[in-house]
Design a binder for this molecule. Structure first.
Ligand SMILES: [Zn+2]
Length: 159
């Protein structure tokens, strides 16, 4: 029989979810992880959580990534040190490297090699490794895959 409005009223039902917090969740070890990702009309906005101890690139990391992604150093990237990513690749923030990796993966996945992508990266709170990366896209699924793959690639190399 299905309960109906005729069933006797019960005392306030116990909440389905226990009010007491469970055991603390184990934090997965990761150099970089995606906390939040939002697809906007012209760009994807991603909040990253970086391990503060691995928040910056090194020349060794740059060399390893260049071996895997030879176009990375040739990306346009204007800074006080130059006009390509090569000028800063070995001593920049990990989110900045992540940004260029996402762009590189999107270029690789796309059919139009001349397509250019625009990206930005900035710390929201460098002390805790929280950053925001924004990258333009043509195909949203391909772009989301690029964000996921870039995370995996960096974690594989850094951990
Ligand atoms: Zn750049």
């Amino acid at each position: 029989m299905e309960p109906s409005s005729d069933t006797p009223r019960q005392a306030p039902a116990s909440p389905a979810v226990p009010a007491t917090p469970g055991p603390p969740r184990a934090v997965a070890p990761a150099a970089i992880s995606i906390e939040c990702i939002v697809v906007k009309a012209d760009r994807i906005v991603c909040t990253l959580a970086c391990n503060p101890r691995l928040s910056h690139t090194t020349p060794a990391l740059a060399a390893r990534l260049t071996a895997q992604f030879p176009d990375l150093p040739r990306h346009t990237c204007k800074s006080a040190e130059g006009t390509t990513f090569a000028a800063v690749m070995g001593h920049t923030s990990l989110p900045h490297l992540f940004e260029h990796l996402v762009i590189d993966l999107q270029v690789q996945a796309g059919s139009d090699e001349a397509r250019t992508f625009i990206g930005t990266s900035e710390w929201i709170d460098a002390a805790i490794g929280k950053a925001r990366v924004e990258v333009s896209f043509t195909d949203d699924l391909s772009a989301l895959r690029a964000f996921r793959d870039a995370t995996q690639i960096l974690n594989d190399i850094l951990l």
